[in-house]
Design a binder for this molecule. Structure first.
Ligand code: 5AD
Ligand code: SF4
Length: 441
């Protein structure tokens, strides 16, 4: 028997990349690859990359520059680039960094075994197709063995919205939804392996419209209700959503589906109608706020989060102020904010940039405001009783870490809970990015 080869995967970007990295490692396992956490030990290194902002893409090239040095002592080491940079730049990656042996896009990684065979023959391998076959069908059998209590499950990929700043419709392609039966099969398998919480993933997950067992198109809400029936599964979440796809049945599910958790990530990007129009968002600040009202009517304690871009081309101080006003009106429990980054090939790439110093200053102001709201939402949790899914032991003796129903990170002090337990706790304190709690006896 030959010793197993070692695979090192480094993941950048979104949660779907986390899921994809796991699936890539599974695809290479039959080729004799075992995962390692140490790059220097690896026989193959895969960077699963993100192209959403320029910084994310550039990080990959500096990492490749460093990794190249490992080939001096280990000439047989193979270096691969996967994910959205691979999709967007293809062959160009191998030209820019000749140490790269393999480039694979997010829709073709089920072909990794054949690509790896090519590498063994001393050739390079490139695949950035959008193949007709479904990668998940090829990767249907998943390994056995216990898993961490919270897992991701991709149900939808791609986006048809074409926001003017965004590369996703180009790197991940058109919207596609996996069939309901396959998702349920994968979810049951996860639960059999110890998973208690599943986060359904999609670039535009609430546009989900997969084929149901009845041959009809099912909505995300219908899928959630079917998952709700799985014994042993305690929690369901989904991300990321577009305001225009927040259908009535999904809002209603937030009110009535017990396993659907009271947290929703609903990016709006800007609070200025003028900028929203230029972003091709096809909703207004007002329509977004009305939507939030309806969601809160269905589930009053829901914690909301969002994404914001500052310094989008032509954004004025008044436009920016409208974004700050919207943040105040919503009261997000958490939000991500980014300085606009020009992405070649997107419509906004042609437009004049806001002065970078002004954009930097706006980013600081928006982040300070978001932090104030985050703190207020966290402080409002103090004294409340919530459930926590325990994920791992903490640093202090007797401390366990987990997530609340509202997706707050919680430290339970003096806990006898085990990983995977769902425990009722009382929140005692709000810290910077987490809450402290004690078990309710
Ligand atoms: N520049 C800055 N932020 C961007 N995002 C997407 N494209 C860009 C870009 N070109 C942000 C959006 C999106 C999140 C995932 O990343 O806010 O919701
Ligand atoms: Fe990108 Fe989201 Fe807009 Fe789709 S909806 S283009 S993924 S920002």
């Amino acid at each position: 028997m030959t010793a197993p080869k070692k695979l090192f995967v480094k993941t950048y970007g979104c949660q779907m990349n986390v899921y994809d990295s796991e699936r890539m490692a599974e695809a290479l396992a039959p080729q004799g690859y075992e995962q390692t956490e140490v790059a220097a030990e690896a026989d193959m290194i895969l960077l699963n990359t993100c192209h959403i902002r320029e910084k994310a893409a550039e990080k990959v090239y500096s990492e490749l520059g460093r990794l190249k040095a490992l080939k001096v002592d280990k000439p047989d080491l193979k270096i691969g680039v996967a994910g959205c940079v691979a999709q967007a730049e293809g062959e160009e990656i191998m030209r820019r960094q000749p140490a790269v042996d393999l480039v694979v896009g997010p829709q073709s990684y089920h072909r990794l075994p054949q690509m790896e065979a090519k590498l063994r023959d001393g050739r390079k391998a490139l695949d950035t197709d959008f193949p007709a076959e479904d990668k998940f069908d090829t990767l249907r059998t998943r390994p056995k063995g216990r898993r961490a209590p919270a897992a991701f499950l991709t149900v939808q990929e791609g986006c048809d919205k074409f926001c003017a700043f965004c590369v996703v419709p180009y790197t991940r392609g058109a919207e596609t939804s996996r069939p309901v039966s396959r998702i349920l099969e994968e979810a049951r398998d996860l639960v059999d392996r110890g998973v208690r919480e599943i986060t359904l993933l999609g670039q535009n997950v609430n546009a989900y419209h997969g084929t149901g067992p009845d041959g009809r198109e099912w909505s995300l809400a219908q899928l959630i209700w079917a998952l709700n029936e799985i014994d042993g599964l305690a929690r369901i979440r989904f991300t990321t959503s577009h305001p225009n796809d927040m259908s009535d049945d999904l809002i209603e599910a937030h009110g009535s589906c017990k396993k659907l958790m009271p947290y929703l990530h609903l990016p709006v990007q800007s609070g200025s109608d003028r900028i929203l129009k230029r972003m091709n968002r096809s909703h207004t600040a007002e329509s977004y706020l009305r939507l939030i009202e309806r969601i809160r009517a269905a589930r009053p304690d829901i914690v909301l989060s969002g994404d914001f871009i500052v310094g989008f081309p032509e954004e004025t101080e008044a436009d920016f102020q409208a974004t700050l006003d919207l943040i105040d009106a919503v009261g997000y429990g958490y939000a991500y904010s980014f300085k606009y980054s020009t992405r070649p090939g997107t419509p906004a790439a042609e437009r004049a940039l806001v002065d970078p110093a002004v954009a930097d200053e706006r980013l600081q102001r928006i982040q300070a405001l978001i932090t104030r709201h985050q703190t207020a939402v966290q402080e409002a949790m103090v004294g409340r009783e919530v459930n926590v899914l325990v994920e791992k032991p903490g640093r202090a003796p007797g401390q366990m870490l987990g997530k609340s129903d509202h997706l707050h990170a919680v430290h339970i002090e003096q806990s006898s809970a085990q990983v995977g337990d769902l425990v009722p706790v009382r929140i005692t304190q709000s810290k910077r990015n987490s809450l402290a709690a004690v078990t309710i006896r």
